[in-house]
Design a protein around this ligand. Sequence first.
Ligand code: KG4
Ligand code: ZN
Length: 331
Amino acid sequence: MKILAIETSCDETAAAVLENEVVISSEIYTQIEIHKKFGGVVPEVASRNHLDKISKVIDKAIKNADIKLSDLDLIAVTYTPGLVGALLVGVSYAKALAYSLGIDLVAVNHLNGHILSALIENKELRPPFITLLASGGHTMLIEVRDYTDFNVLGKSRDDALGEAFDKVARLLGESYPGGPQIEKLAKNGKNTIEFPKSYLDKDSLDFSFSGIKSAVLNYINTMKMKNLNISKEDVASSFQEAVFDVVVDKTNLAVKKTKIKRLAVVGGVASNKRLRELINQKIDSKVDIYYPSLKYCTDNAAMIGIAGYYSYINGNRADLTLNAIATNAKI
Ligand code: KG4
Ligand code: ZN
């Protein structure tokens, strides 16, 4: 079965072609440079750029897969969560194309795409496994019982981890997206500042990252008031070590609680080499650990195709009443 997957939930316009669960081509047009000057994603600008690029990105994915539109059997599209105007571009395009080709349509939750993204390149990975999802919008620990059966073990009660990286980077005067900037600064910094680590209840698998963001702001303000020099590198390193300590400890706890010996670490923050180093060092050595390559950590359509394929073979179909939903519908 040939699948065209479409992803437009935030600031990446992406399309991929799959043969069942195997990715044949994957194209991503990123709007990062456009949004950089605003310090974050501007929803209206994102929608307009999706509209401008979607046909070209899809054409390229089809061409690189060496197929024709008429060869397609299924279209998979992200419908939640995300910026509603951005999602609507993909959803409308997908509905029109599925209708004109007379083929089936399946609606995909963006998070399900991330959760299954480690499957793209790791053919030996199969459920049950634990997924640590850390992106700009979400931070979650999920028990993947089956390809379409997800049990949320814990999630952030406030900011997502990537969001915390973006906010701290902004406090340090760094550009959007902040994660890669913090990682770069931290490489040359020392973990010398004690920022609070929020574990919530001892046994909880939930996260909270808003406290540390305020602590960084307080630290910067205090240093400025005292006319003292701020080492951006040390702030970045201390922040990164503090949040990753909590994330790694809670991931270990999830592994212990569920006794599942396979772990996938996914989402934009999973691109961070220091996080991968800590996970590899500190997670129980009996656990097999899987990561997507960098191009499948951040937003892409290949992961939407995989999630769409499994949802479709599980019987799900969307019709032309499909609408975009900004807040997470359900995973
Ligand atoms: O998964 P993603 O592309 O989009 C969402 O679905 O949110 O994740 C984007 C997030 C941003 O917050 C970005 O700062 C963060 O991932 N990120 C990183 C790194 N690369 C991207 N965070 C920490 N270290 C990185 N190297
Ligand atoms: Zn994402």
